[in-house]
Design a binder for this molecule. Sequence first.
Ligand SMILES: C[S@@+](CC[C@H](N)C(=O)[O-])C[C@H]1O[C@@H](n2cnc3c(N)ncnc32)[C@H](O)[C@@H]1O
Length: 217
Amino acid sequence: MIEKYPSQTRTHLDLACGTGYAVAHFEKHGYQSIGVDASVPMLIVGRKRAPNLVAGDLRTLPLRTTFARITCLYDSLNHFQTTEDLVAAFSCVRSAMSADSLFFFDVNHPDIYPAVWGLRDPYVSTGIDHHLEIATTYSRREKRAHGLVTGWVKLPNGERVAIREAHTQRPWSEDEIGECLRAAGLDVVEVIDFDPFQEIDTVDAQGVKLFFVCGRT
Ligand SMILES: C[S@@+](CC[C@H](N)C(=O)[O-])C[C@H]1O[C@@H](n2cnc3c(N)ncnc32)[C@H](O)[C@@H]1O
């Protein structure tokens, strides 16, 4: 996407930046990049990778400037449960965009929730320095997916940290996203079927992720 949509102005904002992977990636491509995330522990880890990370909620962005490219990656927007939250986040994005800016983001394809989050067996990853289990459920009636992440990880200093986190995601259809974008003054430039793990042949789904490119209306 960086190559497909080259920009003269090399400023980039990554929303829900987590531990700063996209910020470091855009910096490698010559961008001045800033990341925002609501999780201070994620930012503490991320600052070792990219120094320009700040704490903030992407529904109330603490920024007063514009960026040529804005990203929000790895299904972060599926954490929002209501259209109000999604429109609030998109409105903040719009306020940080100039006429030439582009906003790139992905959401999970809605089919992924019954097909993958609905699986009975948990995802398990184990090694000498970690053990991770992600048990997921999907309720068609509530249209909500729940994930419980448990396990432990050994830090480089030898300390063992227990993990127990509960997450809820909401599937968003392409049409629902389109309506929220329009309500916030954004237009879709293109939507791409995106399959980062090449798993489409192994799951009962029409798609894995939807990747949106948007500009200001
Ligand atoms: C799936 S992770 C993605 C992290 C990163 N984008 C990546 O690709 O590695 C989701 C991130 O969204 C952040 N997040 C969730 N809700 C948020 C909010 N309202 N404002 C800012 N960050 C939020 C979480 O703290 C977490 O770091």
